[in-house]
Each structure stands twice: as structure tokens, then as C-alpha cells.
Design a protein around this ligand. Sequence first.
Ligand SMILES: [Ca+2]
Ligand SMILES: [Ca+2]
Ligand SMILES: [Ca+2]
Length: 197
Amino acid sequence: MGNSTTKLHERPRSVFSETPKKKVHHFFNVLDIDRNGQLQPDDFVNVGKKIVSQLGIDENSRGARLILLKSHRLFVQLLADLHNPELTLTLWDWIAFFRDQIESVDNGILDHYIQRTSRHVFDLFDVNKDKLISREEYANMLMIYNIPNDSAIQGFEELDRNSDDFISSDEMVQALNNFFKSENSEAKGNLIFGDWR
Ligand SMILES: [Ca+2]
Ligand SMILES: [Ca+2]
Ligand SMILES: [Ca+2]
């Protein structure tokens, strides 16, 4: 029995190998909406604006302001997670953050980040607020982030583990866990933000 406790502490550290690195790099490009090689407030605010225009709601309405606030908050929290006092994140900051988290013995910060990213996806893209992401809502997310739809159709199938045609928040967290942590290039969830290969 004492043995199992020891084993917990002997968990081998994960290595930030080429596969997770490629995925994280791809995710940076997805978030870098204006493709200037830096994550800045504009990238996130523009996502909010695109959602508002996709929904066809009045830019000055409460709903629209809430969406803009939520997408901006995503960036502010990201800066806090990365302990970055600047309003700009470079690819280098980004990759170093994930490398440090994945290679750390304690995955607490990364798990927290995954939970929060999942919450944000639901906040921004679960339009009818049924706590499920439908195919249509997922397709809208891809469109907002300029992710080609073809690879992501397969992504949806893999995310939807119980094949009920919806992505639940548990399925989202599982997918993000694989996306950020798995060294397996075929892991389910890898295609959540399109084809990174
Ligand atoms: Ca940018
Ligand atoms: Ca929904
Ligand atoms: Ca499902």
C-alpha cells in the first residue's frame, strides 16, 4: 500500500516533444487572428466582433458588449497565467509557457488553463446556451478562427466521444487534455483547432 504512494511521486515527467510543440504552435497561429506573429488585445477583441457580426446582433446591445468583454477577458487571463506584464505575447513566450507546464511535475496550472479554455469556448460559442456545442456551433467557431472546415469535421467526430452529435463540457476538457498533453499524434482531440500536422 505504501508502494502506491511512492509511485505517485515517481511519475515520470512528460517531455515537451515535437508533437505537443507543433500543436501549441498551431494554436498560437489560430489565436493570432491578424497573423502579425504576436498575440495582442486586438486578436481577441476582433474574435468578439466577428461573433457579434455572425450573430447579427446590434453592436451596442448588452449581448454584444458581453461577448466583447468575454473575449477580451480571455486575453487578460492569458497574460495573468503567463505572468506577462506586457500586452503582447510572442510565440516564444507561448511555447515556453506550455513547455514549462508540461515538463513540470505538477500539472495544476495547465489543468486550470484547460478548464478555463473549455469554459471560454462554451461562453463564446454555445450560442443557444444548452451547455452543448452542436455541429453548427462548432462550424461557427472554425469560421471565426479561419480554420479550414474539412479537417475539423473529423475533429468533431473525435471530440464527440459518445456520438450523440454534441460536444459536452466533459468531452471538451478531454479533447483539450489530449490536445495540450498528448505526445500521440493520433490522439482524439488533436484536431480540435484544425489540422496542425
Ligand atoms: Ca496578432
Ligand atoms: Ca449549444
Ligand atoms: Ca457527445
